[in-house]
Design a protein around this ligand. Structure first.
Ligand SMILES: C[S@@+](CC[C@H](N)C(=O)[O-])C[C@H]1O[C@@H](n2cnc3c(N)ncnc32)[C@H](O)[C@@H]1O
Length: 256
């Protein structure tokens, strides 16, 4: 995806290697900093790197595909490490495969507004880690490029397992969770059972029957998320803040 900003000047929306000022940047063969892969569990924790090179300085996964193999047409399996070649056409294809595969971590430039980013990252990933500062990638001999990659990078988790790994990884940056379902948000957004019951009793001057409590909480989101919510409600009633005044009849304990 190149746009012509001014006559004679075009900008690749995914390019970021400009600052390297090297013919090598034309080859798409920049290697990921090994400490990033290590911080995500190490090369042995990834089953496949679908776009690697025979001259790689170190492993990034247990198995690697190269350009000669064409990782776009071979089967993908297990946990995938993906740092795709720096061409918009290839990034789009590899990210599309990654989104469909839905397990692993990708490293790309944080071009968050572009169409592939919307389709295959915002619309498919489970979490993002926007890195602080810019990465210095590596040459095939393992040496680190003097200049940084020329653009901000983001690590992208696919699948719930890699969202958790990325969230906990010792990598400096800002983590953004995506695709959270209600059961994950519940503990953060909803009151605890103790708070919900305390609120209910606060509006009542008389003791309340268990049957009344069951009716009152039947449509509560916490009840809808837990098929054993009646057990949970009774359990909370028996803990300190409430007292049984008769069989099946409860009130809030008076403050001491
Ligand atoms: C940015 S480098 C990343 C290398 C390595 N994955 C890493 O993380 O260090 C992208 C690599 O993809 C390779 N590549 C390009 N097209 C490919 C294809 N169709 N299938 C597999 N690998 C490809 C390039 O040769 C290059 O080594």
């Amino acid at each position: 995806m190149s746009v012509n900003l001014f006559a004679g000047m075009s900008v690749n929306l995914f390019a970021g290697m400009g600052s390297h000022q090297s013919a090598r940047s034309e080859t798409n063969t920049w290697f990921s900093p090994p400490d990033i892969v290590d911080a995500l569990g190490g090369a042995d924790s990834f089953d496949l790197d679908p776009c690697s090179h025979v001259d790689r300085p170190w492993a990034t996964a247990r198995q690697h595909y190269t350009q000669e193999d064409n990782g776009l047409i071979l089967p993908w399996f297990g946990r995938v490490w993906l740092n795709p070649p720096y061409s918009i056409a290839l990034i789009t294809k590899f990210l599309g495969r990654m989104a469909a595969h839905d397990r692993g971590v990708a490293l790309i430039f944080a071009r968050t507004e572009t169409d592939p980013f919307h389709r295959f990252v915002w619309g498919a990933a489970s979490g993002l880690l926007f890195l602080r500062g810019r990465l210095n990638f590596h040459y095939a001999d393992g040496s680190r490029a003097a200049a940084n990659g020329g653009a901000p990078s983001v690590l992208i988790a696919y699948g719930a397992e890699d969202r958790d790994i990325l969230a906990a990884a010792p990598i400096d940056g800002a983590f953004v969770p995506l695709r959270l379902n209600l059961s994950m948000l519940m503990p953060v957004l909803l009151p605890t059972w103790r708070e919900a019951l305390a609120d209910y009793f606060a509006g009542r001057s008389e003791p309340v029957t268990l049957a009344e409590l069951y009716r009152a909480f039947a449509d509560h989101p916490k009840a809808r998320a837990n098929q054993h919510w009646r057990d949970k409600l009774r359990q909370v009633l028996q803990r300190g803040q409430f007292e049984r005044v008769d069989k099946g009849l409860w009130q809030r304990r008076a403050a001491a």
